[in-house]
Write a protein that binds this ligand. Structure first.
Ligand code: HSE
Length: 441
């Protein structure tokens, strides 16, 4: 701390940056009363000085060069909200080297460069805070770092992308098309600048890597996680899911297999029983279930994206950074404490499945599929069918749904490949895992 009033440098004045600036102004007195530390925003770095802003801000605060924040000896803390990875990496690295604590919400940055940046943070004794990187306004990072610290985490399952959950909810409840629902999520400021990462599962995967790293004390990287997105889900699958008592959610599964000393790490649209709380998480809301050996099951729920919820998480970190400014060595941070854990190959991960084939409505088709599954020792727990009346697939075709007992993913893929040779069966079935969520680990 250089003076009486703690000075903040804010880099990025997009959706979240604007929320942070507005809240720091609007709730300034409350924050000072709670922390007993006077503070001010000294400088705000933006990409373009010319751009018209939705927030009232003194133009004298603005600069289009974030380096000025790092070089300013009066600035004590830097908030990185510029997004992307390369420039953000340069900014965070420069700030840590200048011994300025950094608050970031940048999950892609941490998923890619987290190990290096946490090491730099430890070497420079300069804290790096990242509550806003996961779950929007949900305080999951500090909970894992502090409140749940005595637990061996058995598993974490959750919905951690607000945009995709908003899209799935709108398709399921309002019958909206995928495209219209995505456009609405973008208008509401939930989606990333490039929404590809939201819908292809990678935004959730980046967050999952951060959670896994914290929960298991081990660095994990993007090659370690299996990722599927929501862009191929159809109204037909929502309809079958509902009839069967499930909802479809983009689910993150992080599970420790103690017998194999390995982590299961995956993100994919899954069937979730309507009896489980996660199935009724709708809209932009996220929910993260953490099962610890001491605490048992906990579920964290809240808005997972958007200007104000994310600003709330960022400011929580800023206040923590202000409190820890005089004693940065006390910061809990991230210190890897175990060897790099093995990650279970996707082929070996085991769940029950829902598989929907589009077939020619001919005698014997069910028998062909059942026989092929049997060859791979895959049991069937139920079937459903529904003829198609025109539209996609056309007359004379039929949706055949098979509910399958738990088996390794690799075995299911082999069985499905073997079915490619049958002309009456479309070679691209819809496949969803059915997640079993209530079992004891
Ligand atoms: N695009 C992200 C989401 C923002 O939709 O969850 C919050 O990380």
């Amino acid at each position: 701390m250089t003076g009486e009033t703690l000075q903040i440098g804010l880099a990025g004045l997009g959706t979240v940056g604007t929320g942070v600036y507005e809240t720091l102004c609007r709730n300034h007195d409350l924050l000072e009363a709670r922390t007993q530390i006077p503070f001010a925003v000294k400088r705000v770095a933006v990409r373009s000085l010319a751009r018209k802003r939705d927030v009232e801000i003194d133009p004298a605060l603005l600069t289009d060069n974030w380096q000025e924040l790092v070089d300013d000896p009066e600035i004590d803390i830097i908030i990185e909200l510029i997004g992307g990875t390369e420039e953000a990496y340069r900014l965070v690295k420069a700030a840590l080297l200048a011994h300025k604590p950094v608050v970031t919400g940048n999950k892609a940055l941490l998923a890619e460069f987290g190990s290096e940046l946490f090491q730099l943070s430890a070497e420079t004794t300069t804290p790096l805070y990242f509550e806003a990187s996961c779950g929007g306004g949900i305080p999951i990072i500090q909970s894992l770092q502090n409140s749940l610290v005595c637990n061996y985490v058995r598993r974490i399952t959750g919905i951690i992308n607000g945009t995709s959950n908003y899209i799935l909810s709108s398709m399921e409840r309002k019958g909206m098309t995928y495209e219209d629902a995505l456009a609405a999520a973008q208008r509401k400021g939930y989606a990333e600048a490039d929404p590809t990462l939201d819908v292809n599962g990678w935004d959730a995967a980046h967050k999952a890597l951060i959670l896994a790293m914290l929960a298991y004390g081990t660095p994990v990287s993007t090659e370690n996680i299996s990722v599927y997105g929501i862009d191929r889900i159809t109204a037909t699958d929502f309809r079958f899911a509902k009839e069967l008592g499930y909802n479809i959610k983009l689910l993150v599964v992080i599970r420790h297999h103690a017998d194999k000393d390995a982590l299961e790490l995956r993100v994919q649209p899954s069937f979730v029983s309507r009896k489980h709380l996660l199935s009724s998480v709708y809209g932009v809301f996220n929910a993260i279930a953490v099962h610890g050996d001491i605490v048992g099951e906990t579920i964290f729920y809240g808005r997972g994206a958007g200007k104000n919820p994310t600003a709330s998480a960022v400011i929580g970190d800023v206040m923590l950074a202000m409190r820890e400014c005089r004693h940065p060595e006390n910061h809990s941070g991230f210190h890897p404490y175990t060897k790099r854990l093995k990650v279970l190959p996707q082929e070996e991960t085991v769940t029950p499945y829902y598989v929907r084939f589009l077939v020619q409505d001919r005698p014997g088709v069910i028998a062909v599929i059942a026989a092929e599954l049997a060859k791979y020792d895959i049991g069937i727990s139920g079937t459903m069918s529904s003829p198609r009346k025109g539209g996609d697939g056309g007359e004379g075709t039929c949706d055949l749904v098979f509910l399958l007992h738990a088996c390794p993913w690799g075995k299911l893929c082999e069985a499905l490949r073997a079915l490619h040779v049958h002309e009456s069966i479309n070679p691209h079935p819809a496949v969803f895992r059915i997640e079993t969520l209530n079992e004891e680990a």
